[in-house]
Design a protein around this ligand. Sequence first.
Ligand SMILES: Cc1ncc(COP(=O)(O)O)c(C=O)c1O
Length: 401
Amino acid sequence: MIASLMPNYNRADLAFEQGQGIWLQTADGRRFMDFGAGIAVSSLGHAHPKLVSTIAEQAGKVMHVSNLYRVPQSEHLADLLVQNTFADSVLFCNSGAEANEGMVKMIRRAQFENGHPERTRILCFNGAFHGRTLAMIAAGGNPAYTKGFGPIVDGFDHIPFNNTNTLRDAITPETAGIIVEPIQGESGINTADIHFMKALRAVCDEFGLYLGLDEVQTGVGRTGKLFAHEWSGIKPDVMSIAKGIGGGFPLGAVLATEEIAQHMTPGSHGTTFGGNPLACAAGTCVLTEILRPGFIQNIETIGTAFGTMLDDVVQNSHGIFDSVRGLGLMRGLHCTAPVGDVLNAVIQQGLLAVTAGDNVLRLVPPLIVTEADCRAACDRLIAATHSLTALQAHAKKECAS
Ligand SMILES: Cc1ncc(COP(=O)(O)O)c(C=O)c1O
């Protein structure tokens, strides 16, 4: 008989009762270093005192009123985002996929209002991941996620990531914009070259397209800049965020220039929950912490040190890992053994990580992690490779005898 909880996840047999900082603990007292952070979400770690008290305090006042009324908490968070980014205006929602849906709608609407109703198609990249709604599985283009969910939503074209050769030829009179992740997370921590990001900006300017960045995973400090596109010095026209902004509370947003945002007139788009007082109080708390002087610089410093430590892990991994990917605190280790086996061995050592595509082990710890924490995590990674190679040697021996 089917479980009451639908079987659409392959869950590890672990249930956490409590968290503190970068640590998670099961009911039977097993402690794990959380270098998965709930898939790059728990930016301030677990049970962060300020975030906990902010949420408790706001919940005690008012959680939800709907967007029929002013929500001062959302006005405040929008101000904070506008003050610290390229954006002139912000729309709140509840998840990354929903933010990306909003981003695509805004691109199309702006083209429509600017006299180009024919410009509706969005150029996306092979290996992209933008979420699991019907339109976003089409935007991602991964057959594993579209299988059985047809008809596939039309309007998304795909070309190779990090390749400028095919870019211009893929633009048609119907192209409205480009959406891209500065680092493709789900498909294996593939970082966009600075040169590629600049080329995307240049092509959008030349052809009158809008550049939309999906910073759902890379944003809010993760890579050592507030947003990952800052590494390339370009600015998008529109950007989706989610994950880290709520620190564990579900919150997403679309940030846009005035040119785009002006067309989102009353009635054009909406959500019941998006930007409610509780979510925005949580988001403001997280963002205020991350914007504290030195916090992002610290992520950059620790992230760089973490990268060097991971290079050493590769050297000492008996060939289980062969390369390090990513930036800041968004890292991937490419595995030569099946990544599922590697993850199991890592969990056995009391370290949590996340698998990604292309046989990559993803490491995305809370942004409050220290260098000492990273060193301890690397020790556990090396120990995991030792146990894995011992297991492999044992299996080989068994086979031979
Ligand atoms: C780059 C990117 N975009 C969108 C999403 C979808 O976000 P959500 O699961 O909150 O809908 C994810 C989730 O992993 C993501 O990594």
